[in-house]
Design a protein around this ligand. Structure first.
Ligand code: VG1
Ligand code: CO
Length: 544
C-alpha cells in the first residue's frame, strides 16, 4: 500500500467552534474539505502522533461511514500506531472519552454535530478530544485552524475501505486497526458507578420507563444497558436504531423536539420515568410523570443525592455549572459545604476542574450533565444516576423534584432562542448591550431593579487563564437573572440565547406556570437588549 501526497488548497472557514468544526453537509462534501481538516488535526498533534493510539467514531449521521474510512487511511499515512474504532464507525461522545482514557490514547476524533439535524442537507461535524478525554482547548483548536488555513497537501494511504461491521483486529499499512464493541467498556464503567442490582430489582417490581434514543447513537447503549443488563421490558427504548438522518428529526432532547415523550409523560398512562438523549449521546432529558425536569434542576438534584450511588459514596469534591445554568446547584453546594464553580459554556472548562480533582459533578442548562468518570457530558449516565436515586429513595421522580424545591426553593428557569438572526444584527445587539452595562445598575426594568451586571470573564483556578466576553449577565434585586450570549454551535446565521431565571423560596408558589413567573424577567430582558428592534422578531424561535 502506498502513501499518496495529494496537493490541495485551503478553505478559509475551518475554524473549530465550541464543539469542533460544525457545518452543513454540502460544505463538508466540497473537494478535500474533510481531508484538509483531518490533516490539520494530524499536523497539530505533531511528532507525538507517531506510533500513538487514536480513538475514532461518530454518531452515525450522514457522512459518518465515509469520513471514518478517510480518517483511517489518513491516520495510517500520518504515522499513527493504532486506531480504536467503534463497530460500524459508531461511538457516543462519552464512550469515546472513556476509550481515550482507558487506552492511554493520544486523543480521539469524534464525528458528530451533536443535537443538530442530519442527512444530506443536515449538519456534520468533526471534533477532537485530547488525551484526558475532553474537548480540545483553544490552544489546540487554534493551531488546527492555522494549519487548515494554510493547507497545501495531505497524506492518505491508497487502500480500500475496511469492513467495520465485525469486532476484531486488522491492519491498514503499518497501522493497527481495532474494531471495538462501542458499548462494552462503557457499560462496564456504568456498572461500577451505579447500583445496577438496585435498579434491576426496581424493574422486576414493575417500574416502567421510556427512553427515547431519537434515532441517534444512544440507541445501542440504552438497549444493551436498560433492556439487556437491567431487565427493563423490551420496547423501553424507543427509536433505538441510529439513522443517518435521525428519522428526519432534530435529535435534541428538549420538550420541543422530544414532543412525543413529553406527551406520553403528561398523559394518564405515563410510565414512572422518561428520558431522552441527543445525536452523540452526551445530552440528557429527564421527564418525571407530569413534570419536565429542567437540566439545571436535574444537576442540583443529582448533586444532592449522588452519594446514594456507589461511584459517589464518598461524597463530592465540588460541583460546577456553566454560567447560564440556573443557580439551583449553588444552593446544594452551599448546604453540602463544597465548592461551586461558574464556568463559561462548553465542557472544556469543566475538564480542567475535573482533572485537578476540584469537582466531581458538573452540568449545563442545555441538557448536559457529567462527572469525573469521563471528560464529556454523558446522557445515559445521568439517566442511570437518576434511576439509582429513585431506587435508593423509593421516591417517584416528580416527588424527588418537589421535595427538592420544598427543601431548597425553586429556580424557575427558561431559555429563549432566536435562531438564524443575521450575524450583523446579533452582533449589534450584543455590542449595544455591552455598551450600556455601566449605566444599568440601579435601573428599573419591567418592575425589576438591576442589582449587578457584567460581561462574564472566567479566570481558570487551575491554569490561571482568563476567558473573557462569555456572555452578559444581569442580576436583579428580586432574585432574578437574565443572561445573553450568542451560540457557538449554529450553522446558519447567529442564534441569540436569552436565559431567564427567578428564585422562589415559598413552597406554596412552586406550581405556577413557568413563563408567567418569568414574565417580568422576560420583559426586562427584551427591553434592556432591545431584542425586537435588533432581531426584527417579536417572539423567540424556540422556548425551552
Ligand atoms: C450549545 C450549548 C452548550 C453546549 C454546546 C455543545 O452551545 O448551549 O451548553 O456545551 O452546545 O453541546 P451554544 O454555543 O450553541 O450555546 V453538544 O451536545 O453540541 O456537544
Ligand atoms: Co451532544
Amino acid at each position: 500500500m502506498q502513501i499518496r501526497r495529494v496537493t490541495t488548497t485551503p478553505y478559509a472557514d475551518q475554524k473549530p467552534g465550541t464543539s469542533g468544526l460544525r457545518k452543513k453537509v454540502p460544505v463538508f462534501r466540497q473537494p478535500n474539505y474533510v481531508e484538509n481538516f483531518l490533516q490539520a488535526i494530524l499536523h497539530a498533534l505533531g511528532e507525538a502522533r507517531r506510533g500513538a493510539t487514536l480513538v475514532l467514531g461518530g454518531d452515525g449521521r450522514f457522512l459518518n461511514r465515509e469520513v471514518v474510512q478517510v480518517a483511517l487511511r489518513m491516520a495510517a499515512a500520518n504515522g499513527l500506531g493504532r486506531v480504536l474504532v467503534g463497530r460500524d464507525g459508531l461511538l457516543s461522545t462519552p464512550a469515546a472519552s472513556n476509550l481515550i482514557r482507558i487506552n492511554g490514547a493520544l486523543g480521539g476524533i469524534i464525528l458528530s454535530a451533536s443535537h443538530n439535524p442530519g442527512g444530506p442537507e443536515g449538519d456534520f461535524g468533526i471534533k477532537f478530544n485530547m488525551a484526558h478525554g475532553g474537548p480540545a482547548p483553544e490552544s489546540f483548536t487554534g493551531e488546527v485552524f492555522r494549519r487548515a488555513s494554510a493547507m497545501a497537501e495531505y497524506r492518505v494511504l491508497d487502500a480500500p475501505d475496511l469492513d467495520l461491521g465485525r469486532v476484531g483486529g486488522t491492519r491498514l499499512g503499518a497501522m493497527e486497526v481495532t474494531v471495538l464493541d462501542p458499548v462494552a467498556d462503557y457499560a462496564a464503567m456504568m456498572e461500577r458507578l451505579v447500583d445496577f442490582d438496585a435498579i434491576a430489582a426496581m424493574f422486576r417490581r414493575g417500574f416502567r420507563m421510556r427512553f427515547d434514543a431519537m434515532s441517534a447513537v444512544t440507541g445501542p447503549y440504552a438497549k444493551a444497558i436498560l433492556e439487556g443488563r437491567l431487565g427493563a421490558p423490551a420496547g423501553t427504548v424507543a427509536n433505538a436504531e441510529p439513522l443517518p438522518d435521525f428519522g428526519g428529526h432534530h435529535p435534541d432532547p428538549n420538550p420541543v423536539h422530544a414532543a412525543e415523550l413529553m406527551a406520553l409523560m403528561q398523559g394518564p398512562g405515563a410510565p414512572d420515568f422518561g428520558a431522552a438523549s441527543d445525536g452523540d449521546g452526551d445530552r440528557n432529558m429527564i421527564v418525571a410523570p407530569g413534570l419536565f425536569v429542567t437540566p439545571s434542576d436535574s444537576l442540583a438534584i443529582l448533586a444532592a443525592h449522588a452519594h446514594r450511588a456507589p461511584g459517589y459514596a464518598a461524597g463530592l469534591a465540588g460541583v460546577a455549572r456553566s454560567m447560564p445554568t440556573s443557580r439551583a446547584v449553588d444552593r446544594v453546594a452551599r448546604r453540602l459545604g463544597i465548592g461551586c464553580h461558574e464556568t463559561p459554556t462548553g465542557w472544556k472548562f469543566f475538564a480542567n476542574l475535573l482533572d485537578a480533582g476540584q469537582i466531581t459533578l458538573c452540568g449545563e442548562e442545555s441538557a448536559g450533565t457529567g462527572s469525573s468518570h469521563v471528560r464529556e457530558k454523558d446522557g445515559l449516565w445521568a439517566v442511570l444516576l437518576w434511576l439509582n436515586i429513585i431506587a435508593a429513595t423509593g421516591r417517584r421522580a416528580d416527588l424527588l423534584v418537589r421535595d427538592h424545591w420544598a427543601s431548597f426553593g425553586r429556580d424557575y428557569y427558561s431559555r429563549h432562542d432566536y435562531e438564524e438572526v443575521e450575524t450583523e444584527r446579533a452582533d449589534a445587539l450584543m455590542a449595544g448591550l455591552r455598551g450600556r452595562l455601566a449605566a444599568l445598575p440601579g435601573r428599573r426594568l419591567a418592575g425589576l431593579t438591576v442589582a449587578a451586571c457584567d460581561d462574564f470573564a472566567y479566570a481558570d483556578p487551575v491554569d490561571g487563564s482568563v476567558t473573557a466576553h462569555q456572555g452578559v449577565r444581569i442580576t436583579f434585586a428580586e432574585d432574578a437573572r437574565a443572561v445573553f450570549r450568542l451560540s457557538g454551535t449554529g450553522t446558519a446565521g447567529a442564534t441569540l440565547r436569552v436565559y431567564l431565571e427567578r428564585y422562589e423560596p415559598d413552597a406554596s408558589r412552586h406550581d405556577l406556570p413557568v413563563q408567567e413567573v418569568l414574565a417580568p424577567v422576560i420583559a426586562a430582558a427584551a427591553e434592556v437588549a432591545e431584542i425586537a428592534r435588533h432581531t426584527g422578531r417579536d417572539a423567540p424561535s424556540i422556548v425551552t
